[in-house]
Ligand binder design. Structure first.
Ligand SMILES: C[S@@+](CC[C@H](N)C(=O)[O-])C[C@H]1O[C@@H](n2cnc3c(N)ncnc32)[C@H](O)[C@@H]1O
Length: 264
């Protein structure tokens, strides 16, 4: 699939912008994502597991840090080596030794079974087809002890097919290097729920630098996710519409708590 469209494509093709990676070394992730409103839920679930918890798609360690701070034995896994390097540096700065693995959530083999797995902040959206979502959940089941808990949130929004208007996703002074930054995002939605996200990052401090990033994501209906979970051997404990565990009725995000069914 062609990954760029609109202005991002034009900037790239005309040589006015360089290409960055959404989760690469120059990622704006830690600047753009500073919320922790989901941490109480994930730490709570992790405590309930009474054993080692794996954070899948752990990124730069946003959730590993509160898990480690709560005294929970944990490990992280992510596809991006750059995000894992950021996670290692962050955890190390706080004095925590957390095993970090590089791997793909739909095909990983850590040779270990965990008491719990968490997948915070919609990382499942990178599983962009029913087949990929199924494979990922089977992989989670294979890495859980019987009775182990799986908690994740996912995008279940229904979006209008077509191109969104570009919107300002971020503006401010970068806290790490002091540059004035703008990030503009545009999405292209396809009929099967996939969407292509184009980000244009403007670093406005001289010399001005523009980078573009593309990523492919997908939403998934609550019904479809429910079926995948059951087929992968999970019992659904709760489907919530927020981190306060309000039973899911409507909304763009669904929070899942499921238990791996005891085998035999
Ligand atoms: C939205 S970020 C969430 C990061 C972290 N969980 C958090 O809560 O801040 C998505 C993460 O998923 C990772 N990711 C994307 N595709 C993946 C895959 N196939 N397997 C494992 N990780 C993946 C990205 O590298 C990125 O770190």
């Amino acid at each position: 699939m062609e990954h760029y469209f609109g202005l991002a494509q034009e900037l790239l093709q005309s040589g006015r912008a360089g290409e960055g990676s959404a989760y690469g070394a120059d990622s704006l992730y830690d600047y753009a994502v500073q919320f922790q409103h989901d941490a109480v839920f994930y730490v709570d679930v992790a405590r309930q597991c009474r054993g080692k918890v794996l954070d899948v798609g752990c990124g730069s360690g946003r959730m590993l840090l509160p898990l480690a701070e709560a005294g929970i034995a944990c490990a992280g896994m992510d596809l991006s080596p750059e995000m894992l390097r950021l996670a290692a540096a962050k955890l190390d700065a706080y004095g925590y030794q957390v095993p970090l693995h590089q791997g793909d959530m739909e095909a990983f083999h850590l040779g270990e079974r965990f008491a719990g797995i968490v997948i915070p902040y919609q990382s499942m959206m990178y599983m962009t087809s029913p087949q990929r979502r199924r494979r990922a959940l089977q992989c989670m089941a294979a890495h859980l002890q019987p009775g182990g808990l799986l908690a994740f949130d996912f995008d279940c929004s229904e979006q209008e097919v077509g191109d969104s208007l570009p919107y300002l996703a971020l503006q401010g002074v970068h806290p790490f290097h002091g540059h004035v930054m703008l990030q503009v995002v545009q999405t292209r939605i396809f009929a099967d729920g996939r969407r292509l996200l184009n980000q244009i990052n403007y670093d406005l401090t001289e010399p001005v630098r523009i980078t573009v990033q593309a990523s492919e994501e997908s939403s998934c209906s609550v019904e479809e996710m429910r079926e995948h979970l059951q087929q992968a051997g999970f019992r659904i404990v709760g489907l919530y519409q927020d981190y306060e565990r309000t039973p899911y009725q409507a909304g763009p995000e669904c929070v899942v708590l499921a238990e791996k069914v005891v085998e035999g």
